[in-house]
Design a protein around this ligand. Sequence first.
Ligand SMILES: [Ca+2]
Length: 476
Amino acid sequence: MTDFPISRPFLGTVCLLLTSHIAVDARGDDTAGADERPPNVIVIFADDLGYGDLGCFGHPTIRTPHLDAMAAEGVRLTQFYSASSVCTPSRAALLTGRLPIRSGMCSDRRRVLFPNSGGGIPASEITLAEALRERGYATACVGKWHLGHLPQFLPTQNGFDRYFGIPYSNDMDRVNDAPAGKGAFWEPQVAYWNVPLMRDEAIIERPADQTTITRRYTEEALAFIREKQDQPFFLYLPHSLPHVPLFRSPEFADRSQRGLYGDVIEEIDWSVGQVLETLRELEIEQRTIVWFTSDNGPWLSFDSHGGSAGLLREGKGMTWEGGMRVPTIAWWPGTIPAGRIDTGLGSTLDIFPTSVRLAGGELPTDRVIDGYDLTDSLTGKAASPRQQMYYYRGTELMAIRQGPWKAHFITQGSYVGNTRPVAHDPPLLFHLDIDPSEKWDVADRHPDVIEQLRQAAESHRQTVEPVESQLEIPLG
Ligand SMILES: [Ca+2]
């Protein structure tokens, strides 16, 4: 086996030499040779959806029948983490399988990219779209990008054949005469945010009509699936909602007992149902793995316009569980057994290696990959290989989880009130299997565990090399 290529221009040449490890396939395809075909990969990624916001994750009044059915037919992952508590680093981690600190897609000064940012995902990073395209996949990104809005950073420069969506958050580019403070959010109007809607590299609508954005993402996604049904494809579908400001199509207005936020989730749930139904209609559901998860926890400072982390502590922007543990479902009829709940650890970091291996590729060897191949745990054949999770805020390692234990070295608020960091020595220690809500600090009873976690943190730090932050580069 050769080393994976170091620079992008050589990617194609070398990848063709890689040996193929197509997953054993007993999924009953009736066309000759279809068993050799690697599975399609679909990643549906909600924005700021909390751990407690789905029916199948315990919400009492938000109705999510399609996601509940997806969970019943697939596996629910109850200890699954985003690699960051905010948008940009979280997306970089998902698409590269690497902690954001390794790619420069995090910062201690600016937590995400803004319209006045000049940086973006470095060309040296290998995205999941690039890795899968090299394996013959058709690729599409439909939704919120937030890895750089300048031409050289767009999805079409990062392995995606096509792009349709908003290049950053739906609350950016706010116009000057919009109501001040949070006033603009409580009764949001499309015209308050001058966000662009793009097709490939061109702006096709500005401000984007966010009222219909979930429906249009869905239509775009379904069209791609239909068009590419006869070849392996990767569809990355990062919804721009339920990030505030909240919008939904007229058909979903005032439907949910949970109010506007519930309406938004119910439209996303409808969208998921459309995707799964289309796969079934095309009879490709048994060769498609679909992930549903969220990029970070709920934005709690937006009151009823933010979501719920359920029994988890705190939310978006923080390294408490509510900020980074996300509601996750994996679905692949005939391969992932139905109705299972997997309490093993997992992360969006793991989607990259899992997908690349399913596609018959090999992981890059010239860089640290922080993800694990979860195929055997998803299919119930083995326990999850992931034992640790690192909780970063910018470049600071705030906390570490090892097995059931989590130590917080530093805690900090999110965006409002007191956001000064508070150092803990000894660290706060929680047993997350017993205490998922992080209520009972048991540090004084387990000095040995603390020592192990300190050493694990130190070993991890040794693997991190400083790189330039892309989030601090100004525009122009
Ligand atoms: Ca987010």
